[in-house]
Design a protein around this ligand. Structure first.
Ligand code: UDP
Length: 356
């Protein structure tokens, strides 16, 4: 159930080992949120930018069996009321923000907070100090999550590197890139030996569809599987506004984060830069973070205390299932990166094959 990365990787492992798999997909296309659409010869990330990065050699070798990756390195910039800063937080950011030159000067600027940060605000200030927090984190984060930084878990901001070198690579990982030809190539390769039914909502026909298989891999929202019996888990959603512009290069970089509170969108993606495109036109997408209500597309799990408690109840039901495997961002209610989802699908598949 579901043809995103978890489902597709799991299915690939099964078909490689002689099992037969049927993919049930609610949408009219495969790939979950890594699905891309070609517009004006440009690969457009329909459900938000996906940049593949990993330090896990096993995962890197695995995906490279199916598709080649280009040399894209994510180096987004931040626009704060028209002031431009490099991301992630590094010596380029510090020198522009504070007029300093050396790592020692940058370190001396940092606020001294002792003790374990209790929330995202304390974590951010302890990592980069007050003024970077105010200009590059607070507004963006509050737009993105629709909550005060004091009410968000510290781990969210720990995803971002802080470096005392002049290095604008957003990720610390050993391997990085975008699949040549887009993510659809990867998904199609993974699902090459599977039967696929698009436009079928598994939950509408759960009993009948479940009876078709010895084992179900469910990658939708876990609360919907259990008919919301402990209440609905909350998500953040994203609304995308894309336009084709009659110019070759609009913003000079794939990702610009708008970190002030007033700009209504969080970031603008210019898709062609993911693949060094030279097409005469360009496609740009504004991302608006949105409240989520039942029926909307879920993107980011809100891993605060309240939701984690609800999730724990569903997880204990899931553990008791004999024939259902729950995996991926929605079924595990986890802010997973792509490489971590692949690793977890490979593990789940290995476990399943070992049990036989
Ligand atoms: N973040 C920020 N300013 C930025 C970029 C990110 O404050 O310019 C914070 C924000 O809280 C965000 C988190 O860092 O939710 C993680 O950002 P990342 O880019 O990893 O988010 P994703 O790409 O998953 O949306």
């Amino acid at each position: 159930m579901g043809s995103g990365l978890f489902g597709a990787v799991f299915a690939q492992q099964m078909t490689e080992n002689g099992k037969s798999c049927l993919i049930i997909e609610k949408r009219d296309h495969l790939g979950g949120n890594i699905y891309c659409k070609e517009i004006e010869g440009i690969t457009v990330h329909e459900y938000g930018a996906h940049i593949f990065h990993t330090s896990d050699k096993k995962v890197w070798n695995y995906v490279n069996q199916f598709v080649e990756f280009n040399q894209y390195i994510n180096s987004p910039i931040a626009n704060y009321y028209g002031e431009i800063y490099n991301l992630p937080f590094n010596m380029n950011t510090f020198s522009k923000m504070w007029g300093i030159k050396t790592p020692a000067e940058a370190k001396a600027k940092r606020a001294q907070i002792t003790g374990e940060p209790r929330n995202l605000e304390e974590q951010a200030i302890s990592l980069v100090g007050q003024d970077i927090y105010q200009k590059l984190i607070k507004g963006y984060t509050e737009k993105q999550w629709g909550r005060d930084c004091k009410e968000l878990p510290a781990f969210i901001i720990k995803r971002l590197p802080v470096r005392y070198t002049y290095d604008n690579n957003y990720f610390n990982d050993r391997y990085q890139g975008i699949p040549e030809g887009g993510y659809n190539v990867l998904i199609e390769q993974l699902l090459e030996s599977c039967d696929v039914r698009l436009n079928v909502d598994f939950l509408q026909d759960k009993e009948q569809l479940s009876s078709l298989a010895d084992k179900i891999v469910y990658t939708g929202t876990i609360d919907s599987y259990y008919n919301y019996e402990y209440g609905a888990l909350e998500y953040r959603s994203v609304r995308f506004e894309s336009e084709i512009l009659d110019e070759q290069n609009h913003q000079g970089v794939a990702v610009v984060n708008y970190t002030d509170r007033e700009t209504p969108y969080t970031r603008v993606i210019e898709h062609k830069h993911f693949e060094f495109g030279t097409q005469p036109k360009t496609v740009v997408t504004k991302e608006y973070s949105a409240d989520w209500k039942l029926g909307d597309e879920p993107y980011y799990p809100v891993n605060d205390e309240k939701n984690q408690k609800i999730y724990a109840q569903y997880a204990s039901l899931a553990e008791k299932e004999q024939n259902v495997i729950f995996g991926g961002r929605l079924a595990e209610y986890k802010y997973y990166d792509m490489d971590k989802v692949i690793a977890s699908a490979l593990d789940a598949a290995q476990k399943e094959l070992a049990d036989k």
